[in-house]
Design a protein around this ligand. Structure first.
Ligand code: ADE
Length: 246
């Protein structure tokens, strides 16, 4: 899978060569292109922003450098992702949808955002590109770069082969299927007693059925305690017949 990122701060993306993503790159599963938007600026000062029409504070990113950059970087069938706090919420489900795309192009806005005509232009059916304006949460970051790192990490681990066989994404919090609208319960490792705290006995019983049931119960308890908003979305269809006894 190919990721292209257009930004005025390419240095934000050095972590892409570390850890899981670095290994996936070495193995040829993922490839990244990080592009400096100023390469497509056309004046001596390499200007990428200007004052907003209608007045108000801050600056808006000019459409021309973005248009040139995106025309050069987008390939047919790509998805254009624009991180913005006013976008649709980025969730595990959206991560799964994005992971099915051959190329994702991320347009990182700074200041008050990118001139809206850029998104309008690429959203038109004739562009052959799908445009997603996405928010990673209800808070405002200084720019899209950190949000893009979050999205790339969440999407990459869903690309087949990126995680080792032993790790299954289907048991993760929010995973479509049995974990949709649930967060995972607690996890433990050795030693069996630490500072007087014992590991729940069921986990050392070797009884796979009881362990699976306990994990499901803990996920439901934790979701009810910490994320009642998710539990409300679970509905009766999201419960199995044993869940109802809780
Ligand atoms: N840019 C600034 N804040 C953001 C957020 N919460 N999500 C995505 N992009 C952003």
């Amino acid at each position: 899978m190919r990721f292209d990122i257009i930004t005025i701060f390419p240095e934000y993306f050095t972590p892409l060569s570390a850890s899981l993503l670095g290994k996936a790159q070495d193995r040829g599963l993922l490839s990244f292109g990080v592009h400096d938007l100023r390469e497509w600026a056309y004046d001596r000062h390499r200007t990428v922003d200007d004052t907003p029409y209608g007045g108000g504070p801050g600056m808006v990113m000019k459409p021309e450098p973005w248009g040139q950059a995106l025309d050069d970087v987008l390939t047919p069938g790509a998805r254009l992702v624009v991180p913005t706090p006013s976008g649709r919420r980025f969730t595990q489900k959206v991560a799964g949808e994005l992971a099915a795309s051959p190329q994702l192009v991320f347009a990182c806005g700074r200041y008050e955002g990118i001139d809206s005509r850029v998104m309008a232009h690429y959203s038109s059916p004739s562009s052959g590109v799908e445009v997603d304006e996405l928010s990673i949460g209800d808070y405002v970051l200084a720019g899209g770069e950190v949000a893009v790192l979050v999205m790339i990490e969440a999407v990459s681990r869903l690309v087949p082969g990126v995680l080792g066989n032993a790790e299954s994404v289907s048991d993760d919090s929010f995973a479509p299927g049995r974990m949709e609208n649930l967060v995972e319960g607690p996890v433990y490792t050795k030693p069996p007693v630490w500072r007087g705290l014992e590991v729940p006995q069921v986990l050392t019983s070797g009884h796979h059925g009881r362990i699976a049931r306990w994990r499901r119960d803990e996920a439901l308890r934790r979701t009810a305690a910490l994320r009642p908003d998710l539990l409300a979305r679970l509905g009766r269809e999201g419960l199995d017949k044993h869940d109802r006894r809780l």
